[in-house]
Write a protein that binds this ligand. Structure first.
Ligand SMILES: Cc1cc2nc3c(=O)[nH]c(=O)nc-3n(C[C@H](O)[C@H](O)[C@H](O)COP(=O)(O)OP(=O)(O)OC[C@H]3O[C@@H](n4cnc5c(N)ncnc54)[C@H](O)[C@@H]3O)c2cc1C
Length: 522
């Protein structure tokens, strides 16, 4: 073994960097080993055509916890917004769009009933999301355990549910058991409004609005609004890479060593204990504790090896549902696009193509049978409107999340990538006529591309579907849901752990808290 550290972290995604910094601040010597040449995982900014850069995977910041920003002094290390509290514009092909803010709807054709119901409905969901968010900062409790920490965590969860009051508690139980389609149907009339709201619940998941669990995913996303007076959706100056750039600067200031361009081939074991890592070029690095920011399948099936773990646990890991369905489109444009009926001043908002719940459901239907959506949904932003570092003067970049693009496309992505990209551009042109003539360069990342470039098994947004069977004390699976794993000295700190995916930083923070509690101080 060439070197020895208190902690080795596999992967410099944002969660790996958060975990590393908290541990270094507590006095541990920490090495982060990253496969890619850059840090940031799925939260990066990269050039996709000469002079044109985008946030290549995650593109909107709405979940990053303020405690992490404060604890790790991210603003001092360069984090600043280019735009905050973006509105959502629910695009209509005829130009009669709706603008949704945190408490009101702007646009024509919305009934007084819908206008009145909108803030009431959102306030109700925010109260429910508040209960969920309270669990985000702590290790999920073990159900059958009698330790004080577990009992207290369960009691706190019970109490925050109880504090909702009788009516809210009943309502949460009722809607939690149905789906976002039915909940929106019984509350609103306007299709455009329901489509955009339903889209939020299925973003990044293997879900349509009629799927079970979509109220949970809707609340999960809404937690991002709880730390802000507005929508909570922002675009960082310099793109998502600036978020992880500030995390890197904070980590290094705390004494963390980071090596990039160095894939870990395996996690070294001595009997049942993790003792370090071996890199792809054969270097062995010793660590008293190993923490994995890689997804759970990569961690256990590839880096630890199925034969080194108990069969039942290996089977549960292998069964984690994590096949990505979101693709990413990047366009370099020779000028600002014009969306029919959209003021140019609104071009910098979050634009959504999901004109009705049935539209979203039908888009999802295709993906169930291994086909891409023939009428895809999109979340579009044009960050260069706010940030001129991303494109040459007067030019623009467009970044869009496209659903649904199944990981296992029946016809194969190599055969179909170009056709799907064209279909997406044609759909965009229905809303933004002439956009195709503005395109200088384009890139489409399908889930297999995301898997390859970002080292995420299945190219899945959350490192594993966010559903009740893979949530809280079941995330990623019992036996590894408290960040510690059945392999002594090996911890998880990525999106596959509680609370889940998105750029939150909380899995990294919670894992560091658990390590500080369990392991002896160096
Ligand atoms: C298309 C798409 C769009 C998204 N949009 C948004 C969005 O707008 N907003 C939002 O909040 N979230 C979004 N997300 C989700 C978000 O990007 C992720 O959930 C989050 O970045 C995960 O962070 P992480 O640190 O846990 O893991 P990752 O970012 O996946 O980092 C893990 C790191 O581990 C490294 N690694 C893996 N294996 C090894 C190995 N063997 N050796 C060394 N290093 C290794 C990887 O290279 C990577 O750097 C999106 C995701 C996708 C796929």
């Amino acid at each position: 073994m060439s070197k020895r550290y208190d902690v080795i972290i596999v992967g410099a995604g944002h969660n790996g960097l958060v975990c590393a910094t908290y541990l270094a601040l507590a006095g541990y010597s920490v090495l982060v080993v990253e496969a890619n040449e850059r840090v940031g995982g799925a939260a990066i900014t990269r050039e996709f055509a000469p002079g044109y850069s985008v946030s290549a995977c995650a593109h909107l910041l709405f979940l990053l916890h303020p405690k992490i920003v404060a604890d790790l002094s991210l603003e001092r290390h360069g984090l600043k917004p280019a735009a905050t509290d973006l509105h959502t514009v629910a695009l209509a092909a005829d130009g009669a769009h709706l603008t949704l803010t945190a408490d009101a709807i702007d646009g024509n054709g919305v009934s007084t009933g819908d206008r009145a119901a909108y803030p009431l409905f959102l306030n109700k969901l925010r109260r429910f999301a508040g209960v969920l968010q309270k669990t985000f900062m702590t290790r999920p409790p073990r159900l059958a355990h009698k330790s004080m920490a577990d009992l207290t965590a369960l009691a706190k969860l019970g109490l925050s549910l109880r504090l909702l009051g009788r009516d809210d508690m009943r309502e949460l139980l009722r809607i939690g058991a149905i789906n976002i389609h039915d909940v929106l149907q019984e509350t609103f009339e306007n299709d455009l409004l329901k489509g955009a709201m339903g889209f939020d619940a299925v973003s990044g998941g293997n879900l349509g609005p009629r799927s079970p669990n979509t109220v949970l995913t809707c609340l999960y996303r809404l937690t991002g609004q709880l730390n802000s007076k507005g929508s909570g959706i922002s675009i960082p100056a310099g793109g998502m890479g600036a978020v992880t750039g500030s995390l890197r600067a904070g980590a290094e200031a705390a004494g963390v060593e980071i090596v990039t361009g160095t894939p870990v081939k395996r996690i070294l074991l001595d009997r049942d204990r993790a003792t370090g890592v071996e890199t792809s070029d054969g270097e062995r690095i010793s660590g008293a504790i190993v923490v994995s920011n890689a997804d759970p399948k990569t961690t256990f099936m590839k880096l630890v090896g199925a034969r080194n773990i108990e069969t039942g646990f290996a089977r549960r890991i292998d069964n984690i549902r994590m096949q990505g369905k979101a693709a990413k489109l990047h366009l370099a444009l020779d000028g600002p696009p014009t969306f029919r009926g959209l003021e140019q001043t609104q071009l910098g908002q979050r634009l959504v193509i999901a004109p009705s719940l049935n539209y979203v459901e039908r888009a999802f239907d295709c993906s169930k049978y291994g086909e891409y959506s023939n009428q895809p949904t999109m979340e579009i932003n044009i960050p260069s409107v706010h940030d001129d570092s991303l494109a040459p003067k007067g030019k623009h970049v467009l970044s869009a999340i496209i659903q649904y693009a199944p990981y296992n496309l029946r016809a194969g992505w190599d055969a179909e990538r170009a056709a799907f990209k064209q279909l997406i551009i044609d759909k965009l042109a229905e809303y933004a006529p002439g956009i195709e003539e503005r395109i200088i360069a384009s890139e489409l990342l399908t889930p297999p591309d995301i898997e390859k470039e970002f080292n995420i098994h299945g190219g899945h947004w959350h490192h594993g579907e966010c559903s009740p069977d893979q949530f809280m004390m079941l995330r990623p699976t019992p036996g590894a849901a408290q960040y510690a794993t059945p392999v002594a000295g090996l911890y998880l700190c990525g999106a596959g752990s509680h609370p889940g995916g998105g750029v939150l930083g909380l899995a990294g923070r919670n894992a560091s808290t658990e390590i500080l509690k369990r392991e002896k101080t160096p």
